[in-house]
Write a protein that binds this ligand. Structure first.
Ligand SMILES: [Mg+2]
Length: 389
């Protein structure tokens, strides 16, 4: 079998709210072969730029045997040396291609991808959606979810208080601070300590991911499991976090960590340090999600998978068949390959119209205003002012 062509499918997948996701895109690819089998994949890490990277890399794959996934990965990785080699754009292109090659191999062998990655140790994968209010948390728990993530860069503590009061002690809650560049390490520690009484499943990205020593300080001072890794690519991106045991949960992004082989290797590195594995899925479309489901089904240290079920109406319009989600778990497909396909006609209804959101520069001054910082750390305390500069 030989690879004959690669096509890319970029689509607009904006979340219709006022968050920073106003210009979100999803990038899907198809890798075709001379035997009529094709594979689908998805790459994130700045999808419009990743699309160009995939097209640049495509000529290196034409005529190659799609079964030789590790060799082809190394070939493409070395081809990116002149572009800096690491980083999530290259990681996104490799992720999309690697995913499609696994899909081809599974279809050709008539086995689901999870069988090729070591075989299932579970038939369904536990999911967690996002909740930013007590009402939303109640709705999700009533739909069967037993784990929820909240947070954001404003008022995470107030959200956790409200959600814990609403859902009670038996629902897992996670908090994501998103590692903003304006947050001091001491404030991240104070926030983590304030969150300890809510017994979180994990405290995610309390500091900017580049600041590994700050993460070490947070990890030493806060008695909660610490999660990080969504903004890193490849095994080398998370190596120090794992080797120094600065985290308790590693969160590679299935669309930009470099592919399912890289994810499997990251999971093995983590397993050797008793670190759990909970892939990031917050900006991804449905193809990467299903690829993550196949991988997570095989991992002894799998913890939980992020899942955005109704962020955009088109989420599952662009994929067939529909996923089976029951009581907060997604069933692992047993059809050959990834067990899903993209719907090109549906994708064409959502043309990409930009992939950069204007940042909220006011956030940079947010925590430098003493009263706003106090309100963040002590949501019940009256704020001296609602205005800040
Ligand atoms: Mg996150």
């Amino acid at each position: 079998m030989k690879i004959t062509d690669i096509k890319t499918f970029l689509m607009h997948a904006n979340v219709p709210d006022s968050s920073g996701w106003r210009a979100r895109n999803w990038l899907f690819i198809k890798v075709y072969t001379d035997e009529g089998i094709y594979g689908v994949g998805e790459g994130s890490g700045w999808p419009r730029v990743v699309e160009t990277a995939v097209r640049d890399l495509a000529p290196l794959l034409i005529g190659e045997d799609p079964f030789e996934i590790e060799r082809l990965w190394q070939k493409l990785f070395l081809a990116m040396m002149g572009h800096g080699m690491t980083g999530v754009v290259g990681g996104g292109a490799l992720a999309a291609i690697d995913m499609a090659l696994w899909d081809i191999k599974g279809k050709a062998l008539n086995r689901p991808v999870c069988d090729l990655l070591g075989g299932k140790i579970r038939d369904r994968v536990r999911l967690y959606p996002h909740a930013h209010s007590a009402e939303r948390a109640r709705e999700l728990v009533d739909r069967g979810y037993s784990a929820l993530k909240t947070g954001g860069v404003s008022d995470p503590l107030a959200k956790v208080e409200a959600i814990r009061r609403e859902v009670g002690p038996n629902v897992d809650i996670m908090v994501d601070i998103h590692g903003p560049p304006w947050l001091t390490t001491k404030d991240a520690i104070r926030m983590g300590q304030a969150l300890e009484e809510y017994d979180l499943l994990f405290y995610e990205d309390p500091v900017a991911p580049e600041d590994v020593d700050a993460l070490a300080r947070v990890s030493a001072a806060v008695n909660l499991p610490i999660a990080a890794g969504e903004r890193h690519a490849h095994i080398w991106g998370v190596r120090e976090l794992i080797e120094r045991e600065l985290i308790d949960v590693v969160q590679p992004d299935t669309g930009r960590a470099g592919g399912l082989m890289q994810m499997k290797k990251i999971a093995a590195m983590a397993e050797a340090h008793y670190i759990t594995f909970a892939p990031h899925d917050g900006s991804l479309g449905p193809v990467a999600e299903m690829a993550a489901v196949h991988l997570c089904a095989t991992l002894p240290n799998f913890l939980i998978l992020e899942h955005l079920e109704d962020d955009v109406p088109q989420r599952y319009e662009v994929m067939q068949p529909q996923p089976t989600i029951e009581n907060g778990f997604l069933r692992v497909p047993d059809a050959p390959g990834l067990g899903i396909d993209i719907v090109e006609e549906a994708i064409a209804h959502y043309p990409s119209d930009g992939n950069v959101s204007p940042p909220n520069l006011a956030e940079y001054t947010y925590f430098r205003a003493r009263d706003r910082r106090a309100a963040w750390l002590h949501p019940q305390a009256p704020s001296a002012s609602d205005e800040f500069n």
